[in-house]
Structure formats: C-alpha cells, structure tokens
Design a protein around this ligand. Structure first.
Ligand code: ADP
Ligand code: MG
Length: 699
C-alpha cells in the first residue's frame, strides 16, 4: 500500500502526480506521508496588522480587499488585506496576472515576511498561505497549529498550496495509517520516551501543539538516525568479519623506533596514544578504518609518518594522499627529512613528464617504491601497487564526498587512516563517520603559545601594516590571504595580485614580498613555497591555496583580508597556518567597512574562540539553525528529512547504542549486509524506516 504511486490517491491523478514528482520528488504514498510541513503556524505567531512595526518579520492574516496592478515603469501587483484592525499590502513584482487571479477578494490569506513602510504598510513578496476560515477559527479557539507545506508556483497553480496539501494528506492518513509498520517495539519506545510511528506521522501533520509536533519530529528523526547507525554497524561488523587476513600481521618496528628517536622533540601524549591505537589496528586480523582528528597544528603528520613506517615494517607499500600539490610537496620534504635511508619514497605530481611518471608507476608496480605521495591522482590514475597495505588521506574533508567514497572503496582490504584538521562536531562524526574508529589529538605540542586574534575594519589596515613591520624586523614571516586572485569587475574585492603589487611597491618596498595562487604553474608554486619555507621571503601574499596543511613554523603573522568572505571553518584553518612554533603568533582579520552583522558575528567568533572543536559546534549552529519559530531546522551535510544533528545528539547516541546492540547479535552478518545492499527493505527490522534519503548521505 505504502509503495503505491500517488496518482492512485483520490484527488491527485496522473497530471498532478507528475508535477508533484518533478517539483518535490514525491512518488509514493509513503513519500507523501513523510512530507513534513516546512513550518507550523501557531496562534501565537499571528499578529494584528495594527500591532506590526517596520522591519519586523511577522505573519498576519486577513481577507483580501483588492488586488490591483500599479506602477508606471515597473509594474507590480498590490494585494491589500484587512484583518479588521488595519490593512497591509502584499507587493508582487513577478507573474502579476497569475497572482492577481489567485487573490480573489474575500479570501482569507496569511502573509509572512518583513514589514516595510512605503506609502502604506507593506510586505514585498510575502510568503502566503490560504487557510480556510474554519481552521483559522479552530486554531484560535483550540490553540491548534496549522501545518504549512512547501509548495511552488507550478504546484499552486494546481491547487496544491498548503491548503491543498492539508486536504490530501488528511484523507491519506485516514485511509493509510493502518499500513504503517513500527520497527520499534513498545519497550524500546518507552525506554526512549518516543511516540509510536503511527502517532508520529499523524502528529507531524496535524499536531495538537507545537510541542506535539516536536515530539513527532523526534520520533521520525530517531528512525532516520537509527537506520543510519544500523547500516553503519552492519557494515563495520561485515568488514571486520569478512576481510579477515589469513596471515598473522606482524610488524618489524625498528624503522618506526629509529624515526621516533631521531625527532628533535618528544611526542605529545595524544600523539603517542594515536600511534599506539594505529599500531594495534595494523596488527589486527581485519583492516583499519581510522579517523585521526586533531586541531590545526596538533602534529598529525608525525603520527601518519609513524603509521607509514609501521606499515613498511609489515612489508607493505603506503599511499599518502593530500588535497593540494603544495601540501603533497611539503609532505615529501618532511619525509626526506625524517625517513631512514633505505626506504624509497616518491612524489607523484602534476608537472612531471610522461616519462618521469611512467618510471614512477613502474617502480610502484614492481614494489621498488615503498611510500608514494601525491594528490588524488594517486588513486584515480592507473597506479598499480605491488602490495598496497596502507592508505593515508590528509585533510580528508577537502576531498569531495564521491572521491571519499572511491577512496574508501579502494581501501576495502587495505588499512585506511584518514586525517582531518577541521574538527567535526561529535554529532556529525557519529553520523557520517559512524563506522570509523577515531583517535583524537587534543593537546598541542608543549612549546606552543595561543594565537592572539584581532579584527580590524579595512580603514584601519595601516595599523596592521605597522605591526607587521615590527615583527618582520624581529625575523618573523607573514601571510596575507585574499579571497580572489585577480581583480574582478563583478565584485568589489581586493585581489591577491593587486595586494601583492601594493605591498611590494608601496608599503614594504624594502622587504621581500612574494605571490602565490592556484593559477600559477606547479613549478612556480613550488619555488615560491620553497623560498618562504627557507625564510627568504618576508611576506607571502596568497589565496586560499595555503588554507590547509602548510607548515612554516617561523611564519607567525596571518593577515586575512576580506575576512567577511570566509566561513568559520575556513577562517580557523587559515589561522592555523600560524602558531606552529615557539614564537607568539598573531592573526588579523580585516573586514570591509560595510560588513554585514552576520559576517561580523562570524569574525567575532574566531576572535573569541581558539579551539577548533568549539568553533565547529558554533559553525554547525550558525549554518544549521532555522530562523522561523516552529520551522524545521535543516541539517548540515544533512540528507535527513527530520533529524537535526545539532539538537538531536541524544537521539544519535541512543540510536547508535540500540543499533550496535542489535547488530552484535547478528550471526550471519554477510547475509545481512547483502540484504541491505540489495534491497534495503528486505530486512524486517528496517521495514517502516525510511531509508531513501538517509542513503544519500552515505553515497
Ligand atoms: P597538523 O596537525 O596541522 O597537520 P603538523 O603535523 O603539520 O600539524 O605539525 C605542526 C608542526 O608541529 C610541525 O612543524 C611539526 O614538526 C611540529 N610538531 C609536531 N609534533 C610536535 C611535538 N610533539 N613537539 C613539538 N613540535 C611538534
Ligand atoms: Mg596537516
């Protein structure tokens, strides 16, 4: 029943069904049952028109008095509504005739939006919804909330506005709710204080109160999270049991030990722990799937070198992947510095000749090269390893979702260590990386001082230049980062090239200023980075090509221009290029004088927080928060319909626990895994859990 296509539903028919499918992706009865309202209208959200103020976002409701087309040059439609206390106009600039038709005088309509005064009270392009007088009166008398559905102009033309959807879904629930299967038994529901699935589907559409709507959402959210965790737990158990290595995986750890001894400093406790965890994994009879999470500058590279040497000591080759060539080159240099002689390593980069490349491929396939470093080309090109044992992915968040999936695929029977400096909030890592083991590096090397971060409006940039002069004369180096390479006609932003000319010729003529950006050739980039690393360059003007990974401890000043153009995570990453040595470091965030409040808030967050984990939580909150009361919040990387990975962290934890408990009791996980892959509905447990959307997260 639930799989039936919606054109069978009374009141829909093939034509509407087609439009609904195209506009909303809804195909089946079940899809429609799970088509949650985009927001709810609560009695308390209404305002009398006379009580509204300019610049206030409100919902008002009244009867249409008139709908007239005005304007001499630019025509617009003015829809006047009256609620008995005052009138307000909805102003529309597009599809005038169409809108004129739908706002028939006498209809009761809701307008939501920002109130302005312009001759009269008005809202430009209001969100509008028709509700019948009846449900309005009901809502006022009983405190009932009204669901408002996502709709489009095409749908509205077919009568499928909120009111239309309410009617159809109401009758659909009446006829189909009995077919809904609850995958969770009563005791589990009770333990987690969740409502039944039938109740939840009813209440997500027709809740008695906003609280009831929220309880319904939580129940539906649990379904999604539970499925995801179940899927991840099955996959994990599957890899552990199915990919058993037949041989004992023993490691000759002399290479690793020599490397540690050669270091000029002691490992931090967290680095040591991470290495121990990795060593255990590398000896286990099933492949490692480990995420190494540590803030910028916490010393992840060393851990990965240790891992490489352990894998080498097991007799395997290692593939080490970085998202940018600049970073790959840096890793190669680091290896050159530390790797004991006798171990062969190579760098596969873009500017090699075909001949050079072929020689490297040959060495890899014959097993002459032990550690191979490169960008994702390493995996995509026809690189054939003789005995690939470990894949390391640095800054894995910089790889696209698809690339990541491919890499994981490649790593199925290989140990996998992925590293990220963008700290992922726990809730997110538990959803997306639920099948990975995680090592955390929380402490920074002992010699580090916290970075001092300050913000300045563009007009005060001179004072920043003055401080820069002082630190350069003390021997330090400076990054100046800009969002653009070249000046652009479209946006009024300073570009890297422009700023480079200015700093070099006008501001610091006596200093050495260099330029770095992504359009330069590999050679040029390498030369510039090399000079900067050696301390020959005082100021490096750059685009975000240096965003991740770059490590020059003597560079202690980071100036980010047009900081308002960058996101929180990016600002934190950029700032992380400094604070990597024993000297005090500074970060100056320069923002345009006409910066928006929202951007300024972001900048202030970076100024006040140094800890990447806190910043990432903040990031999630700022980006994920819905701003209309009663509206569903949209997740982050979310393919979820109902789950909100910020506020549902408790549900994520419960879902993981439940799922793992169930999965630990599965005897034939191989079968289960195949079932899941083949048809996600085959498993009786998953019957009733909507898997469609959630799977898009994993793909
Ligand atoms: P990230 O975690 O951002 O990748 P890196 O691995 O690039 O950080 O390390 C940052 C800097 O800290 C490097 O210059 C590295 O040599 C240095 N470093 C790493 N571990 C330690 C340590 N235990 N003590 C002192 N310095 C360290
Ligand atoms: Mg790094």
């Amino acid at each position: 029943m639930l799989e039936k296509e919606i054109h069978f539903i009374k009141g829909i028919g093939p034509k509407k069904a087609e439009v609904i499918k195209n506009e909303l992706g809804i195909e089946t009865v079940e899809d429609l049952l799970y088509f949650g309202p985009r927001k709810y209208l609560d009695r308390s959200a209404f305002k009398a028109i006379k009580d509204t103020f300019a610049n206030e976002t409100v919902t008002v409701g009244g009867n249409v008095v008139d709908a007239v087309i005005n304007g001499r040059n630019r025509k617009y439609l003015e829809v006047i509504i009256d609620d008995g206390t005052d009138t307000i106009s909805g102003i529309f600039f597009n599809s005038l005739n169409y809108f004129k038709k739908i706002f028939t005088p006498g209809e009761f309509v809701l307008f939501s939006g920002n109130v302005e005064f312009y001759r009269q009270k008005q809202i430009v392009h209001p969100d509008f919804d028709f509700i019948d007088e009846d449900s309005r009166i009901k809502s006022i008398n009983t405190g009932r909330v009204i669901p408002l559905y996502r709709s489009t102009e095409k749908l509205k033309k077919l009568g499928l506005d909120s009111r239309g959807f309410r009617r159809i879904i109401r009758s659909l629930i009446d006829s189909c709710i009995e077919f809904v299967n609850d995958p969770l038994n009563k005791s589990v529901l009770k333990k987690l204080s969740l409502m039944s699935l039938k109740e939840a589907i009813f209440s997500i559409h027709f809740p008695e109160s906003l609280e009831a709507a929220e309880s319904a959402r939580r129940r539906l959210s649990f379904n999604e999270l539970f499925f995801l965790q179940y899927y991840l737990a099955v996959s994990k158990k599957y890899t552990m049991e199915e990919n058993l290595f037949s041989d004992e995986r023993s490691i000759n750890d002399t290479y690793y030990k020599d490397f540690i001894k050669s270091l000029p400093f002691d490992l931090t406790g967290d680095q040591q722990n991470a290495i121990t965890e990795i060593e255990t994994d590398l000896k286990n009879p099933f492949p490692m799937n480990r995420l190494l999470q540590g803030d910028v500058g916490s010393g992840k590279t060393l851990v990965s070198i240790a891992a490489s040497l352990l894998a080498y000591g097991r007799g395997d080759q290692v593939a080490f992947m970085a998202p940018t060539e600049v970073l790959a080159v840096q890793h190669y240099d680091t290896l050159s510095q530390f790797i004991p002689s006798g171990i062969n390593f190579a760098l596969l980069k873009g500017n090699l000749s075909a001949k050079e490349k072929n020689a490297i491929y040959k060495d890899i396939s014959e097993g002459n090269t032990d550690i191979i470093i490169g960008t994702h080309a390493l995996i995509q090109e026809k690189v054939i390893f003789k005995k690939l044992g470990l894949i390391i992915i640095d800054e894995q968040h910089k790889f696209g979702v698809n690339q990541r999936a491919k890499l994981r695929e490649k790593g199925k029977c290989t140990d996998l260590l992925i590293m990220t400096a963008t700290p992922i909030p726990r809730s997110l890592s538990m959803t997306i990386y639920g099948d990975l083991d995680v090592s955390y590096i929380k402490e920074k090397p002992a010699d580090r001082l916290p970075i001092t971060t300050m913000s300045f409006p563009e007009s005060k940039i001179r004072s920043v230049y003055n401080s820069i002069k002082k630190y350069i004369s003390q021997g330090r180096q400076v990054y100046v980062v800009l969002p653009l390479i070249q000046e652009s006609e479209k946006v009024d932003l300073k570009s890297a090239v422009q700023e480079y000319e200015k700093l070099k010729n006008d501001v610091f003529p006596e200093r050495i200023v260099e330029l770095l950006h992504g359009k330069m050739s590999s050679e040029e980039k390498e030369t510039v980075m090399q000079k900067f690393k050696q301390g020959d360059t005082d100021i490096l003007v750059s685009t975000t090509v240096i965003e991740v990974g770059v490590d020059v401890p003597n560079a202690t000043i980071m100036v980010i221009e047009h900081a308002e153009r960058f996101g929180l995570a990016q600002l934190h990453q950029l700032r992380g290029r400094v604070g990597r040595g024993k000297h005090q470091s500074f970060c100056a965030l320069i923002y345009a004088d006409n910066v928006s409040n929202e951007s300024l808030e972001r900048i202030n967050t970076i100024v006040s927080l140094n800890d990447g984990f806190q910043i990432s939580e903040q990031d999630l909150r700022q980006r994920g928060a819905g701003n209309i009361i009663g509206s569903r919040q949209h997740g982050y990387a979310s393919g979820f319909e109902f789950a909100d990975i910020v506020s549902d962290i408790d549900l994520i934890i419960e879902a993981k626990k439940e799922a793992e408990e169930i999965v630990s009791g599965i005897d034939n996980v191989h079968q289960k895994f195949d079932d899941l892959q083949k048809d996600l509905r085959l498993s009786p447990l998953l019957n009733g859990i909507r898997t469609k959307r959630v799977l898009s997260i994993l793909s």
